[in-house]
Design a protein around this ligand. Structure first.
Ligand code: FES
Length: 103
């Protein structure tokens, strides 16, 4: 198991998605208040960047900007077509105000 520090909590704006590169991984990080979610930054439909999509804060979902598939931030599961496969999600923890991702 590996982990990486991806910055301070304050670096992430609540309600927004941000692309983060960790080693060879491209991740999308979403902060909603003090909760953090990390998924692969690739839609499972046609590999578009999820970090370009809008975040549904109330339902904790992210929308692919290309064709509108929605994914659960909590599980990575697709919630509507055209995506039918999940995207990988990563464990994330806060340590002394810093954000740590594990894979
Ligand atoms: S590439 Fe994401 S819905 Fe098509």
């Amino acid at each position: 198991m590996k982990s990486a520090d991806i910055g301070e909590l304050a670096d992430f704006v609540s309600g927004a998605a941000r692309a983060v590169r960790v080693e060879d991984r491209e991740l999308v990080v979403v902060r909603i208040d003090d909760d953090l979610y990390v998924l692969d930054d690739r839609c499972s439909h046609e590999a578009f960047w999820l970090s370009d999509g809008d975040v549904d804060v109330e339902n904790r979902e992210i929308e692919c900007a290309r064709h509108g598939a929605m994914f659960s931030l909590e599980s990575g599961e697709p919630l509507c077509l055209p995506a039918t496969s999940p995207v990988a999600r990563y464990d994330v923890a806060l340590r002394d105000g810093r954000v740590e991702v594990t894979w």
